[in-house]
Design a protein around this ligand. Sequence first.
Ligand SMILES: Nc1ncnc2c1ncn2[C@@H]1O[C@H](COP(=O)(O)OP(=O)(O)O)[C@@H](O)[C@H]1O
Ligand SMILES: [Mg+2]
Length: 398
Amino acid sequence: MHPVADEPHPPNTVNSTGPRLGIIGGGQLARMTAISAQQLGCEVVVLENNHHSPAAAFASRSVVGDWQTMEALLELASQVDMITLENEFVDAAHLAQLESAGHTVLPNSRTMALVQDKFTQKKTLESAGLPIPKVRATANQDELLAAIEEFGLPVVLKTRRNGYDGKGNATIRNLDEVDSAWQQLGGHRGNPLFVEEFCPFSAELAVIITRGRDGEAAIYPVVETVQENHICHLVRAPAQVSSEISARAADIARRAVESVNAVGSFGVEMFLTAGGEILINELAPRVHNSGHYTIEACACSQFENHIRAVLGLPLGSTRMVAPAAAMVNLLGTAPASGRANGFAEALAVPDAHVHLYGKALSEQGRKMGHVTALGKTLADAEQAAIRCAKNIHFGTLS
Ligand SMILES: Nc1ncnc2c1ncn2[C@@H]1O[C@H](COP(=O)(O)OP(=O)(O)O)[C@@H](O)[C@H]1O
Ligand SMILES: [Mg+2]
């Protein structure tokens, strides 16, 4: 056996010779995607508005620019063989221009056009025969009042585009709140809104599906998500529901991603009602917070499968490698430095895995990292994840 150090280094061992993958956006989803892409030999380039994004540390380089401009998108495109996205906010018309210029974007611009406007998305799902809550586009407050009359209170007013972590939503519980909800979401400025019936769910379910270029689908276990203040707090895998409900949720999710001709990993969020009805809440055309547990808990993670899908490679197994897993998000609580205190105590918890996203600053509700714990039972996994996560706090500015 030769010591590795004695091996002559052929030229180019530093630069990857694999496909060059561009990721629009440099947040934690791009970071975890980049890690998998590197593992599969890709050269990764991220597009973000600074050099220090969470994904930059795992990319060969960053293109610094505004992904809302064609200029930045074309610069990224000129450096890579194909492009994928970490968010649903990039204008589909811009993505179509990239495609017209001969670049490959996956998921493609048609899929993004159907998904990035939540009202269009819901109507697309409805046309495919899939169950959704009652929704109505509202051009003005009179139309909103008419929908409230029909649906009954409460209702949830939502921005058609650019909502995340509940930031594009306002629940209206009585008629006095109509005007403030309308103002809060920018209705008076012409920001397009729609209204949705309130779903008194007994649980929220989610499924990650990775769909290949050939339409083959890898379906992950159905999980339960728990939101606090509209932000994902906890994911329980698998969801503790009957096998009939779990099979129905997986089937609805598969048909949902097919209806928009998805390629790559998609998250499908659903409401389960007390009567056992399943309604689709929303589709995310990207890797999703409810699938972070797949890094440790599944044979092939949602991130690796995303890369496999966009590269046209065989998809990996979605099988869980432990009986149960739980994921807890690490959120900032105030404007502070991004430094994690209590890290050592957190790492002392067995079977828990800590992920930090490398963000320089924390803010209230900002996703700074997550913890996944595996267990023989869901209760074990959940206890370990919570025990681990509660040690970690992000430092205050001083
Ligand atoms: N129609 C609804 N009825 C009840 N709760 C809802 C409704 N819509 C959204 N929510 C709650 O708000 C959370 C965030 O809303 P969602 O529409 O998924 O927006 P976001 O893009 O911010 O995730 C949901 O996970 C759910 O807990
Ligand atoms: Mg959501």
